[in-house]
Ligand binder design. Structure first.
Ligand code: CTP
Ligand code: MG
Length: 233
C-alpha cells in the first residue's frame, strides 16, 4: 500500500544532551551493545520507508557516516546533514534536504526503542489524515498548578496523551508551516504538531505508540532503555 508514495524518515541527532551530563553525547552512547542512534536508523532501514535523512552536529557528520551509517550498512541513508541550535532548526535542515518526497516521518534519534508497528501505523495514518503523531494515554493523574505550585485543576485523564515521535506529515504541509514559522518571532515551540496547529491551523491525529518508546533524556532512561533493547535482541 506504500508503493505509490515516497516516504522519508528524518532522524534528529543534533542535540547537545545537556540533561544527560555524559562525556559522550547521548545519541552515541552504547546501550545493549550498540550506539543509541543505530537503533532507530536500523528500524527505519527495515521498514517500508524509502529513504532516511540524519541530522547531526556539524562536528559529528564524519563520525556518524563512518561509525554508524557505513559500519552498520544503513543503505537507505541518503544524507547526513548539520542541524541547528534548536530542535526546530534541525528539523528545518532535514526538510530542506527532503524535497520531492510525499511524506516525512520526523523522529528523535534519542528514542531507540521505536519498532516496526509504530512506523507502519504512522505511515498508514499519515496517508489517511495528512498529519499524525504517536503517543500514549497518560497513566498518571496530572495537575495544573499556579505560580505558587498550588494545584488549580485536574484534567480528565482520558483526554490526556503523552506525545512521542515519529510525527508524520504531508511534506508540502510541514514545509509551508515552517516557512510561516520563520516569518514569525514566536518560537516557543516544543514539537512539530504545534507548528502545524499554529501556522497551518491543521490538527494532528494521535495514534498509539508504545510505552517503551521512551526518549533518553537522563541517566535513569539509559537503564530502562537497556532493559527494553535487550528484550528485543
Ligand atoms: N535535537 C536536534 N537538534 C537540536 C536539539 C535537539 O536534532 N538543536 C534532537 C536531539 O538530538 C534528540 C531530539 O532532538 O534526538 C530530542 O531532543 P532532546 O531530547 O531535548 O535532546 P537534547 O536537546 O540533545 O538534550 P537536552 O535538551 O538535554 O540538551
Ligand atoms: Mg533538548
Amino acid at each position: 500500500m506504500f508503493r505509490n508514495k515516497h516516504f522519508t524518515a528524518i532522524v534528529l541527532a543534533a542535540g547537545k544532551g545537556r540533561r544527560m551530563n555524559s562525556d559522550i553525547p547521548k545519541q552515541y552512547m552504547n546501550i545493549a551493545g550498540k550506539e543509541v542512534l543505530y537503533y532507530s536508523l536500523s528500524a527505519f532501514q527495515e521498514s517500508p520507508v524509502d529513504d532516511i535523512i540524519v541530522v547531526v552536529s556539524q562536528d559529528d557528520i564524519d563520525f556518524c557516516k563512518n561509525n554508524i551509517v557505513e559500519k552498520y550498512n544503513i543503505s537507505k541513508v541518503v544524507s547526513v546533514v548539520a542541524g541547528g541550535t534548536e530542535r526546530y532548526w534541525s528539523v528545518k535542515e532535514g526538510l530542506d534536504h527532503a524535497s520531492g518526497t510525499d511524506y516525512v516521518l520526523i523522529h528523535d534519534g534519542a528514542r531507540p526503542c521505536i519498532n516496526q508497528d509504530i512506523i507502519i501505523r504512522s505511515m498508514e495514518e499519515v496517508i489517511d489524515s495528512g498529519a499524525c503523531t504517536v503517543g500514549v494515554p497518560v497513566q498518571y493523574t496530572i495537575k495544573v498548578v499556579d505560580d505558587n505550585n498550588v494545584g488549580i485543576d485536574t484534567p480528565k485523564r482520558d483526554c490526556l496523551w503523552q506525545v512521542q515521535t515519529p510525527q508524520s506529515f504531508l511534506y508540502n504541509d510541514i514545509v509551508t508551516a515552517y516557512e510561516k514559522m520563520q516569518q514569525d518571532n514566536y518560537l516557543n515551540i516544543t514539537d512539530d504538531t504545534m507548528i502545524m496547529e499554529r501556522y497551518l491551523n491543521k490538527k494532528s491525529r494521535l495514534i498509539m505508540g508504545d510505552y517503551r518508546n521512551i526518549k533518553i533524556t537522563t541517566s535513569e532512561d539509559v537503564l530502562i532503555a537497556d532493559v527494553f533493547l535487550r528484550k528485543q535482541l
